[in-house]
Design a protein around this ligand. Structure first.
Ligand SMILES: [Zn+2]
Length: 394
């Protein structure tokens, strides 16, 4: 077989939002609009009618379709402004709008906090130089734009992600579903497991196909906190492994009664005669609180137990993936030596698939003797049966 390292392009280990490619600006994850004379023409409390131009409407829907969230920081009467946004048919496009008489810098800060976005991923557009200065005085990382620039925004590189996946196009709806979910969680007084059961969670583990892979790529880029090796696998790298009988690429999606969470996990598994090597496990931080990692690992361990193989999981400590370490330890993986570890690296170049040398260093191999695991109690799981194809040839 061809050496994997030859077939797979070098990988990145950083999220594009946090560490932009040199020469390319950090992508904006949320654009915060002023209303009067910026989003719409006119001043709501002075003019009878304020108008929304077709050009601005286009900007709003274009950015939304690229997965860029939008919000509002406006000094206005909340009820009037909210009603006007409804009447104009654009209210749904804005998450966590801040319409009050308070400082705009405070509104911007609160929106960023609620979304859990870093300030350097926030943009602010306002016709008033004073307001832009006030926001920048508080945080110079926020990128500010004049009202005249509004129609140019979709053409700027910081508003132009290279890949726009299915999940990116649904990002706003997924955030909005998660706000409703959080509100319900806050009002729910029973134990957590009971709350999880009330969500009607359904996890679907699937063998990856071409369609899934573009979603998965975004996931491995975005989930630096929950990527067991910190290694980014490109779309092309995973695509190259789809047809390889020694490898299995699996994707995980999750939904509940509020809607879909989209693609929330990816696994790359390498089959050896006596041992399965989990080369990559990355899950979205959005689903950590649902215990998704444990459900995935328990399913895999149970599958390995049916075939009678050991499991080895590659793990590389980064300063962001402590949660993953905990998930592995909790599932029963240890540092104990075992003969299968040599089997797992047989034929390996000693490099991580798809990783460049700098990234491949420091990989630990965590080991587990697989035993049967019960089905999850907090969600319904559908998954392929890996075992029949994998019973060892004796
Ligand atoms: Zn072993």
């Amino acid at each position: 077989m061809t050496e994997l390292a030859d077939r797979v392009p070098a990988a990145r280990n950083t999220s594009p939002e946090e560490d932009p490619v040199p020469g390319k600006p950090t992508l904006v994850k949320c654009l915060i609009w002023d209303l009067d004379n910026t989003l719409w023409q006119g001043t709501l409390l002075e003019d009878l009618e304020v108008a929304l131009s077709d050009e601005i409407r286009d900007v709003i829907t274009t950015l939304d379709s690229r997965g860029i969230l939008q919000s509002i920081a406006s000094k206005n009467d909340y009820d009037l402004a909210r009603q006007r946004l409804e009447d104009l048919g654009v209210a749904e496009y804005f998450v966590h709008p801040r319409i009050s008489w308070g400082r705009k810098s405070e509104s911007v800060l609160q929106i960023a906090e609620q979304l859990n976005f870093a300030m350097n991923t926030i943009a602010f557009i306002d016709d008033q130089p004073t307001e832009r200065a006030e926001v920048n005085f508080r945080s110079d990382e926020v990128r500010c734009y004049t009202a005249e620039q509004a129609t140019e925004l979709p053409g700027l590189p910081e508003f132009s992600p290279e890949v726009v996946t299915v999940d990116a196009r649904q990002r706003r709806q997924m955030y909005q579903a998660s706000f409703r979910r959080d509100a319900e969680r806050e009002s729910f007084s029973g134990p957590d497991e009971e709350f999880l059961r009330s969500l009607d969670l359904v996890m679907d583990i699937k063998r990856a196909d071409e369609d899934h892979l573009s979603r998965v790529e975004e996931l491995t880029l975005r989930t630096s906190q929950m990527n067991a090796t910190g290694v980014h696998y490109s779309d092309a790298a995973l695509r190259g492994l789809l047809a390889d009988p020694e490898h299995e690429v699996l994707t995980v999606t999750l939904s509940d009664r509020f809607g879909s969470h989209g693609a929330v996990g990816v696994m790359l598994l390498q089959y050896r005669p006596e041992v399965w090597n989990l080369k990559l496990l990355a899950t979205s931080c959005r689903v950590v609180s649902f215990g998704a990692g444990a459900v995935i690992l328990n399913w895999l361990i149970d599958q390995a137990a049916q075939v009678g193989v050991h499991l080895v999981a590659d793990f590389r400590r980064t300063n962001r993936n402590r949660m993953m370490d905990i998930a592995y330890r909790f599932a029963g993986f240890t540092d104990d030596p075992c003969g299968c570890l040599a089997d797992a690296s047989a034929g390996d170049t000693g490099r991580v698939v798809g990783a460049d040398d700098a990234v491949a260093g420091g990989i630990q191999r965590l080991h587990l003797v697989a035993g049967p695991r019960p089905a999850p109690t907090t969600m319904r799981l559908t998954a392929p049966d890996l075992a029949p194809d994998r019973l060892p040839i004796r």
